[in-house]
Write a protein that binds this ligand. Sequence first.
Ligand SMILES: [Zn+2]
Length: 178
Amino acid sequence: MSVNFGQPIAYCPYCATSIESREIAGRQRPFCGSCETAFFEDPKLAVAVVIEQDGKVALQRRTIDPGSGLWTFPSGYVDRGEPVEEAAVREAWEEVGLRVRLEHLLGVYSSPGETVVLTVFVATPESGRLQSLDENDAVGFFDPEDLPDLAFPNDEAIIETWRTGNVRNVPTPIIDLG
Ligand SMILES: [Zn+2]
């Protein structure tokens, strides 16, 4: 089975026994010794949208942590069963009031130990009006040469990839395949 919590689980959701750690399928994983259930914790899938217009990019100033007071793209978690593209369109609408058309996938961002995997699309506005709605208190279109303080480590790289159009530069990781 698969459980997707943001925090490590402390108690078994089935029998309320304290969770231990056990090596299963090559990794330490949360394990309930009472009902002998191993929990395979999935990554958390998030989506962000680089909304471009006249060479500028739509950013919002966040009002919640992480990154409260700093700027980033409309973004959010993908619901279970929800197509990632639909989540991108939904987040743009919910957070900054723009109905967007997705243009292309910009990239997928993950790193060791990070539980969130971020998928990023480039989009253009189709209708609506850029406005501050959910989880932000200011919005604007920004020139990539004159950006406000960005909230997340990936944001600069995302802007750079968008600005240069260098979307195929995916480094192949060096991993021990055994
Ligand atoms: Zn249990």
